[in-house]
Unconditional design. Structure first.
Length: 434
């Protein structure tokens, strides 16, 4: 009897405990916690980020069209050249002799043919042109030398500043900066030397051209030099022009702005007239481009002329270069079930450290708006075709549904709100109820 009574007591206690727990949880209200973000007003940018590879637009093999002995080589590997700059010259006495013979043949043909005012007028125009060319050459040479001298002065100042900084704070990084400045100074001095040599050569050539033109005018004006249009004079003039052309071929020039990547011959070496087995020199165009593949989700945001920030895996993150989209391929390429489109970007500046084949990281600015309200994409909800946002009412910890109109989808998941918000609101991005 006593045992049964104890059991009944314990059962009663258990029932009371369970009843208390039920009453407690029924009386407890759920607590809702909101995670929010500010509806910020400011600048919203949209960027397409991709990777790519740097390639040279052109790499051109340079060779003489004639054989002969190398007289001068004006460039070395890594030198920058402009279109028309001299690469090297040949010394071949036979070319000058052929020109002299052609000149004599032309003079004789004119003398035998009789007077012709057209030839005299042409000779005078040629003389005037060569004199103008001489003036232009002198001016351009002065500008080139002044610019090169300024580059030397700038490099010297940079070197002096780098040395002072290194002397005050010697470190591996500052040593690297000092070495770079020293190399830049040496390169600028070497460029100045080359510019002066090229200026001397171009000055001499222009003066020789003036002298030749004046001599021709004198020949045509003489009583015994009577020009005509007959076949004899035309043939002699053609022979003279061909001899001039052959002599011009003894000078090798760069066809593009670029960087010399290879020089295979030295002054004094003889180049044969047979098949040339190797290039005399190679020049890489400074018009470097970047090729990249863009997924179809981003290609619709791109258009020609958009600007980009470019970094290289081989350089530091502080080395940022400017680029521009110059080509968008309309044909697609599928890679692992993803559709891509190839684009090309022009690199706006050239650094000697940059080499073809280097990998790049590209951030293309596709759109930007200032003074707009933006919210995180995750805060936006759909109700049919309408978009709305829950705005937290801080006073009573409740939310208010606000319908909005969106605009630009920017970086880092931010979206422009064109209407519905004033800015500064707390928009709900995540809800937890306990």
């Amino acid at each position: 009897m006593k045992k049964t009574k104890k059991i009944l007591i314990w059962v009663g206690v258990a029932v009371l405990i369970i009843l208390g727990i039920v009453i407690y949880f029924k009386s407890k209200k759920p607590v809702t916690t909101y995670t929010t973000a500010d509806a910020a007003k400011g600048t919203l940018a949209q960027t397409v980020s991709v990777t790519g590879d740097l390639v040279a637009k052109d790499e051109i093999t340079l060779n003489f069209e004639l054989g002969g002995r190398v007289s001068k080589v004006f460039v070395k590997t890594s030198d920058e050249v402009a279109a028309g700059d001299k690469i090297a010259t040949l010394t071949d006495a036979s070319l000058q002799k052929q020109l002299d013979q052609a000149q004599a043949g032309l003079d004789q043909a004119i003398a035998n043919a009789g007077a012709n005012s057209d030839t005299l007028r042409e000779a005078k125009v040629s003389k005037d042109n060569t004199e103008n060319t001489l003036d232009d050459t002198e001016n351009l040479n002065k500008q080139s030398i002044d610019a090169s001298q300024q580059a030397v002065d700038n490099a010297q100042k940079y070197y002096d500043d780098a040395k002072d900084f290194y002397d005050g704070s010697p470190s591996a990084q500052n040593k690297l900066t000092l070495t770079t400045a020293e190399n830049a100074l040496d390169s600028a001095k070497e460029s100045l030397k080359t510019v002066r040599e090229q200026a001397d050569l171009s000055q001499t050539n222009a003066e020789n051209a003036v002298a030749s033109a004046k001599a021709r005018v004198k020949t045509v004006e003489s009583d015994f030099a009577k020009a005509s249009r007959n076949a004899t004079v035309a043939g002699a003039r053609a022979a003279y022009d061909q001899a001039m052309l052959n002599l011009a071929k003894a000078t090798l020039v760069s066809p593009v702005n670029g960087i010399i990547t290879e020089v295979n011959n030295k002054p004094g070496e003889i180049l044969g007239t047979g098949v040339i087995k190797e290039a005399f020199s190679r020049v890489m165009s400074m018009d470097m481009i970047i090729e990249s593949k863009v997924p179809e989700s981003d290609i619709v945001k791109l258009k020609l002329g958009q600007h980009a920030k470019i970094t290289f895996d081989a350089l530091t993150l502080e080395d940022i270069y400017e680029g521009e989209v110059i080509e968008i391929d309309p044909a697609s390429t599928t890679i692992q079930d993803v559709v891509y489109y190839q684009i090309k970007l022009k690199l706006n500046s050239v650094d000697i450290r940059i080499k073809p084949g280097m990998s790049t990281n590209i951030a293309i600015s596709t759109a930007e708006k200032t003074g707009v309200i933006s919210v995180p994409q995750r805060a936006i909800k759909l109700e049919g075709e309408k978009k709305y946002i829950d705005v937290l009412q801080i006073a009573d910890n409740t939310t208010k549904k606000v319908y909005i109109e969106t605009g630009l989808e920017g970086d880092e998941g931010m979206v422009e709100v064109k209407s519905g918000l004033k800015g500064g609101e707390k928009v709900v991005t995540f809800v937890v109820t306990k």
